[in-house]
Ligand binder design. Structure first.
Ligand code: ATP
Length: 404
């Protein structure tokens, strides 16, 4: 990993809140500790909006309930309003409309300090001239918390995060992962019941990101913290979250568990945002219940108004069967365990198929595609999901498709 990335500073604005779970974690173990966390906080956003000047609202009438002790990820492309939402929860940005409730209490007008939350942001640097110890204790000193508790809280925090041997070092003498742990330490020592993180891993290399993802998730679960985490990385969201909130243009596109998001995206936007490669969205001939450009494709029941068929790459099989469709290979990407075979199906270019091992074929080769009805999803012309049809598009009269 490049030195610059290792030196990437992370930081915390942390605000004290009494949460006795750190001691619990030490003495009783993670599961019991999480279960017994007494001050877990729920967060409710009611009609929350933020408009800057006359521009379109950055956050537009967001309604969201975040369960106490859950890990919620705000996910979406750049500019969709994730950070603005997080900053409003933190109290760093005032909403132009709506309310924020924490544990049922309206905190909309409260300062960040009065909200009792911890924050970890990508853009906040550790103080380079302060040791790890001083960096972690910084928030407690600023808040003038009783000095007699410093040693005990520091010891607990350092133990939980494996920083005991690094307390005298300066940030420049730490790896990127260690610096990240110091940033987390500043949040953990505050004993806040809510922790907000904005892209905290974006400057770490891929392997370290993976390790830190696991550490953050384990820490959140063991301490029973209510975590709200902003990222544009769907892998981060899917691997860490209890609930994922997909945002688009300041609005919530879908709020669901990772499983539900993956299996049943509510919109084409959500379908495209989750999965690598994303769900295939195959154009249908308007009103004809067949794949666009597939002259002789088998007809079958589809929901009224279906404009596209959504199907995940791993749900398409490259095999000939009664209901298979003819397609042409456009390209193949080999990833070791599997290959992504990109095909042309009728007039649909770029239909991705995941298949085990190293699939070998020349571009232009003919292949047959088939899938099971249960994996089909349908979307209308506006991109909203339609309820599933009774039978598969492929389960009607089986005839080959002539790619055009
Ligand atoms: P990114 O992933 O790039 O950080 P984001 O989803 O977090 O994006 P926000 O930072 O919340 O997006 O920004 C949402 C919109 O609000 C963007 O169009 C941005 O330009 C605008 N915006 C954010 N802060 C301000 C500000 N202080 N003044 C004016 N516009 C702002």
């Amino acid at each position: 990993m490049p030195g610059s990335a290792r030196r990437q500073a992370q930081s915390v604005i942390s605000l004290q809140y009494s949460l006795p779970t750190l001691a619990c974690f030490k003495h009783h173990g993670a599961a019991l500790c999480a279960a017994s966390a007494r001050n877990m906080s729920s967060i409710v956003l009611e009609g929350l909006s933020r408009q800057f000047g006359t521009a379109r609202p950055a956050v537009d009438n967001v309604n969201l309930t975040i369960q106490a002790g859950s890990f919620t990820v705000l996910l979406g492309p750049s500019g969709c309003g994730k950070s603005t939402t997080l900053r409003m929860i933190a109290g760093l940005e005032m909403p132009t409309a709506g309310r924020i409730l924490m544990n049922g209490r309206d905190v909309t007008a409260l300062s960040p300090r009065e909200r009792h939350i911890a924050m970890v942001f990508q853009s906040y640097a550790l103080f380079p001239h302060l040791s790890v110890r001083e960096n972690i204790l910084f928030g407690l000193k600023v808040r003038k918390e009783p000095r007699e508790h410093y040693a005990e809280r520091l010891a607990r925090t350092a133990r939980v995060l494996g920083l005991e041997d690094l307390l005298d070092r300066k940030p420049s003498q730490l790896s990127g992962g260690q610096q990240q742990r110091v940033a987390l330490g500043r949040a953990v020592i505050s004993e806040a019941s809510v922790c907000l993180m904005d892209e905290p891993l974006s400057n770490l290399d891929a392997q370290l990101r993976q390790e830190m993802r696991r550490e953050i998730r384990a820490l959140q679960q063991s301490l029973g913290i209510t975590m709200v985490y902003v990222t544009h990385d769907q892998t981060e969201a899917m691997s860490m979250a209890d609930r994922v909130v997909i945002m688009n243009g300041g609005r919530i596109e879908q709020h669901d568990s990772p499983d539900a998001l993956y299996a049943s995206p509510a919109t084409e936007f959500a379908a495209r945002f989750i999965g690598t490669p994303a769900m295939n969205l195959i154009k249908l001939e308007p009103g004809h219940r067949r794949i666009a450009g597939c002259n002789s494709a088998p007809l079958g029941p589809t929901p009224e108004g279906a404009s596209r068929l959504g199907i995940r790459p791993e749900h398409i099989e490259l095999k000939k069967g009664d209901n298979s469709l003819d397609a042409l290979v456009e390209s193949i990407e080999y990833f070791g365990a599997d290959s992504i075979v990109v095909c042309r199906l009728g007039s649909n270019s770029g239909v991705a198929v995941r298949t085990k091992g190293h699939f070998q074929a020349l571009p232009g080769s003919a292949v047959q595609l088939s899938w099971r009805a249960e994996h089909e999803r349908f979307f209308d012309a506006k991109g909203a999901a339609l309820s599933a049809p009774r039978t598969s598009l492929l389960s009607g009269r089986a005839r080959p498709c002539d790619p055009q």
